[in-house]
Write a new protein. Sequence first.
Length: 232
Amino acid sequence: MLLCDFHIHTTHSDGSVELDKVIDLYGQAGFDAIAITDHVVNGDTSLGKLAHRFRYSVRADSFDDYIGHVRSEAGRAWEKYEMLVIPGIEISKNYLSAEKSAHIILLDIKEFIPACMDYKEIFLEARTQGATIIACHPHHMSDMSPDTLFLWKNREKYARYIDAWEIANRDDVFNVISLKKYPYIANSDFHKPRHLYSWKTLLNCEKNTESIKQCIKHNRGVAITLLRNEEA
Ligand code: ZN
Ligand code: ZN
């Protein structure tokens, strides 16, 4: 099965590790497929404006550079490690209220999508681009990050647009996802080197972007595993 992680940040947003070093870290750890998913933060709130000021967000005017960099590193990752790298973003709708906030990974994105668009518009635009839509950390989290509960609270309305939900994110496991029998994957939400050791996805499919997207969507041959640090 393919060892995968579809939720990784770099210094293109608020990650602490540069993209090329992230590629080497995952390549040397033996991963088969990863996605780089830097934040695209909504700029229409005070929280969002701060993220833009500190450059913790990919923006309309930096998107092409970001995707270009991911694609060139993807070429190197394949040459050196036979590791597939999928370009993505994490649409980050941050509000003071957790009930209004949500983070959404879009895998295999081609064009910029602003995070201040409404949810349905984002989903429809992502589908037009052929992107896979993943609801991130959809329930209460154990760490200090603000919760993002909008999609879970409004699942009756929006589940039809979502290809898979994070059943695990880093150290958290969200059992509500399995109770609802929703399609699932597990990701690290990598921001720092120690986050390599966290929940991951195993996929029983071919190592190419289309097969991986189909495997996530149909959610057969999917397993989760906790990657541990052998030296710890
Ligand atoms: Zn997030
Ligand atoms: Zn994230």
